[in-house]
Design a binder for this molecule. Structure first.
Ligand code: FES
Length: 156
């Protein structure tokens, strides 16, 4: 007799579907729970969620890419998001970004080797009158200068 063992991630997803229901409205809470536990939503998890909800994997990926708080790749323990929208751009975002990249030795979109920090650009953080602004996890930092940004990162 052939015994097929279920992957634990598949079991976890099936449990979430049993909890939230198997319709489209369950997709977002399921994604949030998977991410909370694994810190990102792997390709395998995306495919399993699509299979169990009987939707196309592209739909799952579409939701992940729509929401900036959902990730399809592993992220660092701290996520730094520098505002790239025009007001912050005009207030010196470029110099701040360059100082941050130089300090951490990575480009925006990357993660430090020790997994401490992931750098990302964000759109307006609602602090346009206090730019340039950045978000580290859920804390906002404003009136950044290159020096101030580097100092803040040293404390993360
Ligand atoms: S444009 Fe940067 S916070 Fe609004």
């Amino acid at each position: 007799m052939l015994v097929v063992e279920k992957n634990s991630l598949t079991e976890e997803i099936e449990e979430l579907v049993a909890h939230y229901g198997n319709d489209r409205a369950s997709l977002l809470p399921i994604l949030q729970d998977v991410q909370r536990k694994h810190s990102y939503i792997s390709d395998y998890a995306q495919q399993e969620i699509a299979r169990v909800l009987d939707i196309h994997p592209v739909e799952v990926y579409g939701v992940i890419s729509f929401y900036s708080f959902l990730y399809s790749k592993p992220m660092g323990r701290n996520i730094v998001r520098l505002c790239q929208t025009i007001t912050c751009d005009l207030q010196g975002k470029k110099a701040v970004a360059e100082a941050i990249e130089r300090e951490l030795g990575i480009k925006f979109g990357g993660t430090t080797k020790d997994n401490r920090i992931t750098l990302e650009y964000a759109n307006c953080l609602g602090m346009c009158d206090q730019g340039p602004a950045m978000l580290i996890n859920d804390k906002v930092y404003s009136y950044l200068t290159p020096e101030k940004a580097v100092e803040i990162l040293g404390e993360v």
